[in-house]
Design a binder for this molecule. Structure first.
Ligand SMILES: [Zn+2]
Length: 770
């Protein structure tokens, strides 16, 4: 999954230590890099040479071979090749010396039984709903895949007029209603982009539509971006983006087993009671199939920002001609196969480092997810060799290749829910990857891990430029922030990156397998990958996400596959062997300060916008501004805004800031003096550190979605994959639920106070080694 949301302004910001700028073109260490986090000087030395041995064992030819084999046939959930891939990996892990098994779950997995779309009326048209074979793409004509569909949409056979709703996001419906257009009883046609796909049919349903179509406009990932496949990498006329429309903002995983594992005997909801399944039919289509439908629309011309790159005049609708949409599914249970491999730690076996990537795909899935999955396999092979040569990790390594990610993070979520107690007791970090390509390191996750990511990224060389992947990323942040059209977030990131120390990592929303670990269980998590120089948007979730596409437009020599193995592998190795876990809670505190600052700005800007809207309404400005021949109603008057009390958050953040400074000094002092801690005390400290992230959760969860327990990071209810930080407060302000904003300022502050108390305990333990 992942992707397409990568341009969202979700980057997290941090106050950085002011350091001297790194000399251009070299991987210079800053003062904060003085020592390897969590290691004594001699420990760091040993770790460095271990990592060099690990790197020497990574062979790009392995990744190429595994990728070709695993993508040689369609491997969606329930396909024979999906199971064969799990068995292939099981054999490999065992051959490399891992203790491995396959863990199976049974999940609800609807597949298309009947899918049809036609336009009736004077210009009848029947949609092809097929992705044809393409010359130059060897697997594109291969049978065995599923036709394009959106999993977890409803069954339906509906005739209705069409309305174009742009991205299908909340503001788009406001624009429609200002033009007097109602979608009740109609089929809404939306385009990909602007927010997560699953929100499009969900919002259409909430507005009374009877069906929803989602098409890929060439403006977004087709010929307006570059040459289309197979000449270039972008989406051809009949390419379709499949994908899940499960309402994962409520809970991901198997729809019938919310919050617990979908094991053989588990109690299951009736399908009609699973509120994450939509009730209206939804279908993804190509722009070849969408064009006649869009041409049939009448009514007002669509607003400028709604117009795509098709050679037509975009109208909002409705159409006079009716469309007829049929989507009927086989609502069956399917087995999914998680491959789980372990190497037991020598001195702290009850502290687990968990590393995962999914292996199921929509069709062949070479970019998404197998490119990331083979990087994970390469790490496992190298680690197996190190073990055969006599090395043992201090902590236990758990490598996982998940099934069922595409339909709704099924394999990772069901595994995390099944083993929740053990994971909360033992897992200290979860390291995820998914799609991988050429370009820049994309790192997101818990901010206590930001310095670890930076130190590791500072030691891995970018294959194209020969500077460290961190310096390359810094350069991108600086250039992005300098563009004339740069958003405030990009400018702020550039300012932080300028300082020459750590570059900020992003906060995580959702869209890949870290969700259950981070947002449900509160395990410190990272998501890693390379990208930004490739054309993968154009084949995302289509039949053309193939080996042939990848070796032309992805990572032809697998240099970035090896780079991902190095970044993720070094993070795993360091976390496994550090004397004290390589976490810096001061980085979290600094980032939190930033988020609280953003909330104050949000309150101010919302108040200003409300006052301005009220002023213009009182002047009847919208009415007088409207062209009577193209009527545009005034917007609905926003509610008045009372005072919002963020003071509890301010106080909690300020107290945490002080505690974090004291803690960082104690941690640095303890490591600098060679630890000198009794073994048992060191274990106690590490155990407590490993559970710090859990202190950021609230067992009651977020409003209306208790599965999401993390109070600082969550996917947005109205953005989908995109993150909302301090979500209880931020989303309440955005949705104008004023009393809820006040309430969650208190709830979040309470959680932060608990986190601070635990941090103070850690500080005390570091200072007095008893
Ligand atoms: Zn994926």
């Amino acid at each position: 999954m992942m992707m397409l949301m990568k341009s969202l302004p979700a980057l997290a910001l941090v106050c950085l230590l002011v350091t001297f700028a790194a000399a251009a073109g070299t991987a210079t260490s800053s003062p904060s890099d003085a020592g390897m986090l969590g290691f004594t000087a001699s420990g760091a030395h040993a770790e460095q040479s271990l990592e060099q041995r690990f790197d020497a064992l990574l062979d790009p030819a392995d990744q190429r071979r595994w990728l070709q084999q695993m993508s040689s046939q369609p491997n969606q959930v329930g396909s024979p090749h999906d199971k064969a891939n799990a068995e292939f990996m099981l054999a490999k892990f065992r051959q490399w010396g891992w203790d491995a098994h396959i863990e199976t779950f049974s999940v609800l997995y609807p597949t298309p039984k009947k899918v049809a779309l036609e336009l009736l009326g004077p210009h009848p048209f029947t949609a092809t709903l097929k992705e044809p074979a393409l010359a130059g793409d060897a697997t594109s004509g291969m049978p065995g895949g599923l036709p394009p569909y959106n999993v977890y949409g409803g069954d339906g056979d509906v005739p209705g007029e069409l309305v174009y709703a742009n991205d299908g996001m909340p503001d788009d419906y406001k624009e429609l209603s200002r033009r007097g257009i109602d979608v009740r009883g109609k089929i809404v046609i939306t385009r990909y982009g602007g927010g997560w796909r699953g929100l499009k049919p969900k919002l259409a349903q909430e507005h009374g539509a009877i069906g929803c179509l989602i098409y890929s406009d060439p403006r977004d990932d087709g010929y307006a971006q570059g040459d289309v496949y197979p000449k270039g990498g972008w989406r051809p006329a009949q390419g379709v983006q499949r994908g899940s429309v499960e309402d994962m903002q409520q809970y991901p995983g198997d729809p019938l087993t919310p919050g617990y594992g979908s094991t053989a005997g588990a109690k299951r909801l009736a399908i009609k009671d699973a509120r994450v399944i939509l009730s209206i039919p939804v279908l993804p289509i190509s722009y070849a199939d969408a064009t006649p439908l869009l041409q049939s629309l009448q009514g007002p011309v669509a607003p400028p920002s709604w117009r795509g790159a098709l050679p037509i005049t975009y109208h909002a609708g409705p159409s006079v001609a009716r469309a007829h949409l049929t989507v009927l599914s086989n609502w069956t249970q399917q087995p999914i196969y998680d491959v789980i491999a372990m190497i037991r730690g020598s001195t702290a076996p009850d502290q687990w480092i968990v590393r995962g990537n999914h292996h199921d795909a929509w069709v062949f899935g070479v970019w998404d997810p197998l490119a990331g999955n083979v990087a994970l396999l390469a790490e496992a092979k190298a680690i197996g060799t190190l073990v055969k040569q006599g090395w043992r990790p201090q902590r236990t390594l758990v490598y996982a290749s998940w099934d069922g990610e595409e339909p709704g993070l099924l394999g990772s979520t069901e595994w995390a829910e099944t083993h929740a107690k053990e994971l909360q007791a033992k897992a200290v970090i979860y390291v995820n990857s998914d799609t991988n390509g050429r370009g820049f390191l994309d790192a997101g996750g818990s901010h206590s891990l930001q310095h670890l990511v930076n130190q590791v990224a500072n030691g891995v060389i970018d294959p194209e430029t020969r500077v460290s992947v961190r310096e390359r990323l810094r350069a991108r942040m600086l250039v992005n922030g300098s563009r004339p059209d740069a958003k405030p977030e990009a400018k702020a990131i550039a300012k932080l990156a300028e300082a020459g120390g750590d570059v900020p990592i992003q906060a995580l929303g959702s869209g890949s397998d870290y969700s259950a670990f981070l947002e449900h269980l509160g395990i410190a998590s990272l998501n890693l990958g390379f990208g930004g120089e490739d054309d993968d948007d154009g084949i995302y979730h289509s039949r053309y996400d193939s080996f042939d596409h990848y070796v032309r437009f992805g990572d032809p020599d697998f240099a970035y596959g090896v780079a991902l193995s190095k970044v993720a592998g070094h993070i795993v190795l360091r976390t496994a062997d550090a004397s004290l876990l390589p976490m810096r809670f001061g980085d979290f505190s600094n980032t939190l300060d930033r988020y609280v600052g953003e909330l104050h700005k949000l309150v101010d800007s919302t108040r200003k916008a409300t006052a301005e809207q009220h002023r213009l309404l009182d002047l009847h400005a919208f009415t007088l501004d409207s062209d009577p021949t193209r009527p545009l109603l005034p917007p609905v008057r926003d509610s008045d805004m009372p005072a919002i009390d963020l003071a509890p958050l301010d106080r909690a953040a300020a107290k945490l800031h002080k505690s974090a400074q004291v803690y960082e000094a104690a941690y640095a002092g303890r490591v600098a003096t060679g630890l000198a801690l009794p073994e048992a005390q060191q274990q106690r400290i590490n155990t407590l550190m490993g559970r710090m992230e859990q202190a950021l959760t609230d067992p009651d969860g977020l409003p209306r979605r208790p599965w999401f327990e993390h109070m600082i990071y969550a996917p947005g209810m109205l953005t989908g994959y995109g993150v909302k930080t301090v979500p209880g407060v931020r989303e309440a302000i955005e949705a104008r639920r004023w009393s809820e904003a006040d309430r969650y300022a208190v709830v979040t502050a309470h959680v932060l106070d608990g986190y601070r108390a635990q941090l103070d305990r850690l500080t005390a333990m570091l200072k007095s080694p008893r």
